[in-house]
Design a protein around this ligand. Structure first.
Ligand code: SAM
Length: 248
């Protein structure tokens, strides 16, 4: 049957591929991947031999027409990304939207994602949280984005790379304050998996003093604010006195 399968792949440890993901990748005619050379290694390991087609942020819109033509030809198509769940800070949004709008079925094949993996061991509240993906690259824009989150009571989750880990952590300390709790999850499911928990003051100091802690891939999980909501100086009684005469 023609259908698009959105397939999660490991974020590090290869054993985290699901049996269903394996079966789907072995069965589809075509597999779209961000980096076909990188994904060929995974597919070889799984004994899966679909035709590989590249789909990354620069060609996704062009590729969508081609994938729709494959579906019209009764082919089945999988979408994978370099790691984790496609569309989560990864390509696929335009493809999934177009395929669904054209009336084809889009099947999710769930599996690892760094955001959920980090939350599950963060030790911070997980009942209400917000995924912010990657912060802006420039300090000014980054601090501005953090300002918009400073009064959020939900747990905040960010992705970060080794290039900007120290800059982002320091901006968080500046904007959220040094006492805000953070969990830094590095290289999850990989050899150098490390989870640091503490205040921003403590965790920034740890990362700054050990260059090994600045390497690899990171998820930053930050506790929401516990400050009381800002008092806008509105006294309900005074408000009623002022507005009362104006009411019909
Ligand atoms: N689609 C992926 C997912 O479902 O998690 C995310 C892709 S995004 C381009 C890559 C970012 O995810 C990294 O910079 C890092 O922030 C996070 N990430 C991916 N794998 C990770 C891992 N094993 N440990 C920690 N963070 C990871």
């Amino acid at each position: 049957h023609p259908a698009l399968y959105v397939v999660a792949t490991p974020i590090g440890h290869l054993d985290d591929i699901s049996m269903r993901a394996t079966r789907v990748l072995q069965g589809v005619n075509v597999c779209c991947a961000e980096d076909t050379r990188h994904s060929k290694r995974l597919l070889d390991h799984l004994n899966a031999r679909p035709k590989l087609v590249s789909l990354h942020e620069h060609n996704e819109r062009d590729r969508t027409g081609f994938i729709l033509s494959l579906l019209r030809d009764d082919q089945s198509v999988a979408l994978i990304s370099d790691a984790g769940t496609p569309l989560i800070s990864d390509p696929g949004y335009h493809l999934v939207k177009a395929v669904a709008e054209a009336g084809y079925t889009v099947h999710p094949i769930p599996g690892p994602s760094a955001v959920i993996t980090a939350l599950s061991v963060s030790g911070l509240p997980t009942d209400r949280w917000v995924f912010e993906g990657f912060l802006p690259a420039k300090t000014g824009a980054r601090q501005k984005r953090l300002q918009t989150l400073a009064r959020d009571t939900r747990t905040l989750v960010f992705y970060e790379s080794s290039h900007r880990i120290l800059d982002s952590l320091n901006d968080m300390k500046t904007v959220f304050g040094s006492e805000r709790p953070i969990t830094l999850a590095r290289e999850l499911t990989k050899t150098f998996e490390t989870v640091l928990r503490g205040t921003l003051e403590e965790v920034v100091a740890q990362v700054e003093s050990d260059s090994n802690q600045q390497k690899g891939e990171f998820v930053l999980v930050v506790g929401g604010t516990t400050d009381e909501p800002e008092d806008f100086g509105l006294d309900p009684r005074k408000l009623a006195e002022t507005l009362g005469p104006l009411m019909p």
